[in-house]
Design a protein around this ligand. Structure first.
Ligand code: MTE
Ligand code: MO
Length: 365
């Protein structure tokens, strides 16, 4: 997979895990453009990257559908059968900013290899494809209590000599709302191999984990899949839960991310030379189709907040270095917001780090 990483990804990517390959762009490049260039989009893999050729490719729809069927890419691209769909979608891993929780306490990391993501496990692309709803309709719709759709990814292997399908599911209601896409293009180009070539699922507003790459099967089922990625990973535990008292059934399956934001520049330990104001750059996002409505910055540990763009974050003091904590918080359109400190957000699985992002900079003026 390293050959692919070198071919498809930006040379400045930070390699978070070597195998399975996981990488994110460095801070200064996370928010360099509103649409993340493909080579800079983060990569999250649970196994090896399969090499699938378009000519040999098809995927199957079966389970609780009237007419199980197999589709090739040409079938999907036939506009007389399926209308095209193009959408700008932000993909966020629920492990984004996990490093902040690890710093407090390592959590589940000693049991599951958990990628120590910083703020870059989020990216936005324009995906093109067709709505999964139309494909299910072409299979005659769901039958006999079909309520969830399970997606299978063709990842090659997980550990040496150990192969496991990447499998997750989403409720039919999500598909019915035309919020699940079968995508073959990313920013106007065929999906890079590392991002699921030739076809992936893109679930709008859900954690990245539901957007299965290298799709080879869609199965209609009655209840959320019991496959490991859905039932053992991406669970949100209460804060008292740890190594000796955790029960998988007590975890909430994470679907939509809460509102969150992060400062991409300046960064912690950077020396910022300024004349009374510091320009902060960063991102804000809310899951489930909610959008960031207001972004605020605080220079006093979260007591007072300034609406972006902040005019003056620093107080003047001559000849000295100063340590400023800059916090960012976002409000979405439902007026949800973020808790100030990562200690409040800490959980055993180290997911959903949506507390206020804080940087410490040396301020020189
Ligand atoms: N699909 C397959 N087949 N295998 C995987 O390991 N990882 C998921 C999802 N789809 C994964 C997958 C997770 S956890 C995330 S966050 C997104 O892919 C990341 O998508 P990207 O690598 O295109 O950024
Ligand atoms: Mo993820």
């Amino acid at each position: 997979s390293w050959k692919l990483v070198l071919e498809e990804k930006h040379p400045d990517m930070l390699h978070i895990l070597g195998f399975p390959y996981n990488g994110e762009p460095p801070k200064r490049l996370v928010t360099s453009k509103p649409i993340t260039p493909n080579p800079l989009h983060f990569v999250r893999n649970h196994g090896g990257i399969p090499i699938i050729e378009k000519e040999n490719y098809s995927f199957r729809v079966d389970g609780l559908v009237s007419l199980p069927a197999t589709f090739t890419l040409d079938d999907l691209m036939d506009e007389t059968r399926f209308p095209r769909m193009k959408k700008h979608i932000t993909m966020q891993c629920s492990g984004t900013r996990r490093i902040e929780q690890i710093t407090r306490y390592p959590g589940q990391g000693d049991e599951l290899p958990q990628a120590p993501w910083a703020e870059g496990a989020i990216g936005t692309a324009e995906y093109e494809g067709v709505s999964l709803k139309k494909v299910i309709k072409a299979c005659g719709g769901l039958v006999n209590g079909g309520k969830h759709l399970e997606f299978f990814g063709a990842d090659t292997y997980f550990k040496e000599n150990e192969c496991m399908n990447y499998r997750v599911s989403v409720p039919w209601a999500k598909v019915k709302a035309n919020e699940v896409m079968l995508a073959w293009n990313m920013n106007g180009e065929p999906l890079p191999r590392i991002h699921g070539y030739p076809l992936r699922i893109v679930v709008f507003g859900y954690i990245g984990a539901r957007s299965v790459k290298w799709l080879y099967r869609v199965q209609a089922i009655t209840a959320p899949t019991r496959a490991p990625v859905q039932s053992k990973e991406y669970l949100y535990f209460a804060q008292q839960v740890g190594k000796y008292n955790f029960r998988l059934t007590d975890g909430i399956q994470i679907q939509e991310m809460p509102v969150s934001s992060a400062i991409m520049s300046p960064w912690t330990k950077q020396v910022v030379i300024h004349e009374g104001s510091i320009h902060c750059k960063g991102w804000a996002y809310s899951g489930g189709g909610r959008w960031p409505e207001r972004v605020e910055l605080s220079a006093d540990g979260g007591f007072s907040w300034y609406t972006v763009p902040p005019e003056n974050l620093s107080k003047k003091r001559k000849w000295t270095w100063r340590w400023i904590d800059v916090l960012v918080r976002c409000w979405d359109n439902a007026l949800n917001t973020q808790v100030p400190d990562v200690r409040t957000a800490w959980n055993w699985g180290l997911h959903v780090t949506s507390s206020c992002h804080t940087i410490n900079v040396y301020s020189v003026n």
